[in-house]
Design a binder for this molecule. Structure first.
Ligand code: B4P
Length: 185
């Protein structure tokens, strides 16, 4: 069986987690969400969780070396990455890992949503789920971190011809149909 991977990229609140969950389930791929794994470590207060907690509460990124160790531990033959990579160093390390393991990148799905809508969605989730990083100050910091540290990955993947730009507005079903169409799966 060929080893394959799909990456979900996009600002906080774009719906990456929602769409990655659905796609991985339908394709039978493992969903590897660095945000979910980190939240689990924080909840269990593991050594990684203790380091990650204040960083995530501020809306900053957890150091690359810690994230890369997690990824190596959790990598699988068929995988959907949700929220990883988030920095150029992570993207370059992932390239090396995919090459070493003979894994083919099927596409990088960039979910695009205007900033006012992102804020609206995350503030609504704050009321529903009470995630500790879903308050207005942290959300603004997460958006800023996305612009400065993660947005450069758009050009990185665009240059290689693997980027699929997806309009992330509308219902989750509408967005999902666009993603499947763009990936041809
Ligand atoms: P994540 O968990 O990845 O959080 P996020 O970027 O905010 O995305 P999330 O998955 O929650 O939101 P989504 O767009 O799916 O990261 C949290 C923190 O962990 C980071 O700030 C960082 O500190 C750390 N971290 C994670 N990965 C890291 C890495 N690789 N390197 C370093 N640090 C890392 O959805 C948002 C909301 O929109 C949901 O409530 C959803 O229900 C709603 N929604 C989805 N689709 C919708 C639609 N079509 N219409 C309306 N609402 C919709």
């Amino acid at each position: 069986m060929e080893r394959t991977a799909i990456i979900f990229l996009g600002p906080p609140g774009a719906g990456k987690g929602t769409q990655a969950a659905r796609l991985s389930q339908e394709l039978g791929f493992k969903k590897l969400s660095t945000g979910d794994i980190l939240r689990d470590h924080v909840a269990r207060m593991t050594p990684l969780g203790q380091v990650a907690k204040p960083i995530m509460e501020r809306g900053d990124l957890v150091p690359d070396d810690l994230i890369l160790a997690l990824i190596k531990e959790e990598l699988s033959d068929r995988v959907v990455f949700d929220g990883f990579p988030r920095t150029l160093a992570q993207a370059e390390a992932l390239d090396r890992l995919l090459e070493e393991t003979g894994t083919r990148l099927l596409g990088v799905v960039l979910v695009e949503v205007p900033e006012e809508e992102l804020l609206r969605r995350l503030l609504r989730r704050a009321g529903l789920e009470g995630r500790s990083d879903d308050n207005e100050e942290t959300i603004r910091r997460r958006l800023e971190v996305y612009r400065t540290q993660t947005a450069p990955l758009v050009e990185y993947y665009e240059k290689r011809g693997v980027l699929k730009r997806i309009d992330g507005t509308g219902t989750p079903e509408e967005v999902y149909a666009r993603i499947k169409g763009a990936l041809g799966v």
